[in-house]
Design a protein around this ligand. Structure first.
Ligand code: ZN
Length: 83
């Protein structure tokens, strides 16, 4: 039987805890994290709490990121025309 790295990681994580690093900045308040050991993914929600990054949440974050980028682009454009 093959033992994958992530299975080994999961065992380590259950013993020592996850080691999350930022994998993606979605908005100012929402950030996605991935554990470097077991590769599991987490996200912060608008309440600032950590949630398991499910495919549904991933989709929501994707939509939020799109809106956020558009808003940033409009803001930058407005600032440029004022200056
Ligand atoms: Zn982990």
């Amino acid at each position: 039987m093959k033992t994958s790295n992530s299975t080994f990681g999961r065992v380590l994580c259950s013993l020592f805890g996850h080691n999350y690093v930022v994998s993606r900045k979605v908005t100012l308040h929402i950030t996605e994290y991935q554990c470097t050991k077991c590769k599991c993914e987490m996200t912060t929600n608008e309440l600032g709490r950590m949630d398991v990054l499910t495919p549904e949440l991933k989709e929501i974050n994707e939509t939020l990121a799109k809106f956020y980028r558009r808003r940033q682009a409009i803001l930058e454009h407005t600032l440029q025309s004022v200056a």
